[in-house]
Design a protein around this ligand. Structure first.
Ligand SMILES: Cc1cc2nc3c(=O)[nH]c(=O)nc-3n(C[C@H](O)[C@H](O)[C@H](O)COP(=O)(O)O)c2cc1C
Length: 441
């Protein structure tokens, strides 16, 4: 941990650049900067286990994060990944709305990626100015356009990975890494993760698959205990977050109980199946068949490649994004309009009853009760969709996302009730938020 601040405030940097914490004044360097760094390190203050919403390109933007916050908030947020070289050379145009956030979103980590440490340093400093609480480096993206200069390509360039981490640390924010087990073979995990753990990062998130495996095989839960042992041996101060195929909070807690030593759980696609997946009353063993597999939605197979391509030829124009097509191929309190607050209060009030910490899904007394429960669930989902529409209207100029991009979210809210498919089909033909409102009222 000390290294995290010392990197940014080393004797060398101190004399050459001045202290990055006291911005060159050289007034408070040394132990005081270390104290300030520790005070700024939100990771140490998170509950155990903590839950994180996975960074997901074209999904976890400022709008969707606010929807999730209202449904059931995780403990830590991530931005979509943002390319450092694109930003350095083409600025805002290259990164679109990826770093747009509300002032109320805390703690939030800016996820950055790239293959040029100097660019990583500059983007990390920019993220600090924007008010992000941490920097997360993506070293796991398998997309072709990403591995030209970063993402999972760094698994094969460990020295560059170390340099990127050191560069990001100069922004004096806690630096974390999200990666995979290896590039081609699962047995690469030990050397690769050991290398990362030697870089003194605050948190290491591991998507328990290799780059080659994409999301096509089950996550390697069988390696969790060995990974914990490695972390304990090399860097006990580095938090360990597990990611891959985790459905909801209860499923995450079950894993933590089986593998003590996990500090955090990151959930990605689980949110597509249940926007309430971070709620305390989620059930690990979902009785809803659609929640038992992650293979049903084309959104989940998305390979998040188009984010801020480092190719500078294209960096000056808005990069093509997955949401530019019409399908998804692959409590913190937020400021909200009174009407939004009311809607979400209704959602909270109409959550299904709990029993022993789990929603009552089975053993319902009779058809009438079951029908009533399904209707309540439908209303909750449609109210969330309604909230999403309002937020979209509020933020779309800043995020730069056209109306078509909204359509990718419909399946999250319009599901698991009679007539859902028909409703979705009709929604896909809409051209405005008002048309959607007409259909769902
Ligand atoms: C649509 C989509 C977009 C993604 N975008 C990113 C991203 O920008 N950065 C990142 O580190 N991982 C990204 N991922 C990977 C997820 O963060 C996560 O590691 C992966 O989905 C496995 O977790 P899960 O099984 O809980 O979904 C993306 C995944 C999906 C499905």
């Amino acid at each position: 941990m000390i290294q995290n601040s010392v990197e940014g405030c080393s004797i060398f940097r101190y004399f050459v650049d001045g202290c990055v914490i006291c911005r060159g004044l050289r007034l408070f360097c040394g132990p005081l900067c270390e104290i300030m760094f520790r005070m700024n390190n939100f990771w140490d203050k998170l509950p155990r286990p903590f839950f994180a919403l996975a960074p997901m390109e074209a999904v976890t933007d400022v709008v969707f994060r606010q929807v999730v916050a209202k449904a059931a908030a995780p403990d830590v947020w991530f931005s979509e990944f943002t390319n450092a070289t694109g930003w350095v050379h083409a600025g805002q145009k290259a990164i679109g709305g990826r770093l747009v956030k509300t002032d109320a979103e805390h703690p939030i980590v800016a996820q950055i990626w790239g293959g040029e440490p100097g660019d990583m340093e500059q983007l990390a400093a920019h993220c600090a100015e924007l008010g992000f609480d941490g920097i997360g480096i993506n070293m796991g993206c398998p997309a072709k356009s990403a591995i030209k200069s970063g993402g999972s390509a760094l698994i094969r360039q460990p020295e560059l990975a170390a340099e990127s981490i050191a560069s990001a640390k100069t922004a004096s924010l806690p630096v974390s890494v999200k990666t995979r087990l290896g590039y081609t073979r699962v047995d690469e995990w030990r050397d690769w993760l050991a290398h990362l753990l030697h870089q003194d990062i605050v948190n290491l998130t591991i998507h328990l698959r290799t780059k080659k495996e994409m999301s096509k095989v089950p996550a390697h839960f069988e390696l969790i205990d060995d990974i914990i042992a490695l972390r304990d041996e090399i860097a006990p101060q580095t938090l360990l977050t597990i990611n891959g195929d985790i459905k909801n909070r209860a499923h995450g807690e079950e894993l933590v109980a089986k593998h003590p030593g996990i500090d955090g759980i990151m959930i990605g696609r689980g949110i597509f199946h249940d926007p309430f997946c971070f709620a305390d009353n989620s059930c690990a063993d979902s009785t809803n068949p659609s929640e038992t597999t992650f293979s049903s939605s084309s959104l989940e197979e998305h390979r998040y490649p188009q984010a801020g391509s480092p190719e500078l030829t294209r960096a000056t124009e808005r990069p093509s994004r997955p949401e530019d097509s019409t399908s998804f191929s692959e409590g913190s309190a937020f400021p909200a309009e009174a009407s939004q607050e009311r809607q979400l209060d209704q959602i909270a009030a109409s959550r299904p009853e709990e029993k022993d910490g789990c929603e009552v899904e089975v053993g319902l007394g009779n058809e009438g009760e079951r029908g009533n429960k399904e209707d309540q669930h439908k209303q909750q989902l449609l109210q969330l969709l309604s909230y999403h529409l309002e937020l979209y209207e509020q933020w779309h100029e800043q995020t730069g996302r056209p109306y078509e991009t909204l359509k990718r979210f419909f399946k999250i809210y319009v599901r698991d009730f009679d007539g859902a498919k028909d409703m979705r089909d009709q929604l896909m033909h809409t051209k405005s938020t008002d048309e959607v409102r007409q259909l769902i009222k």
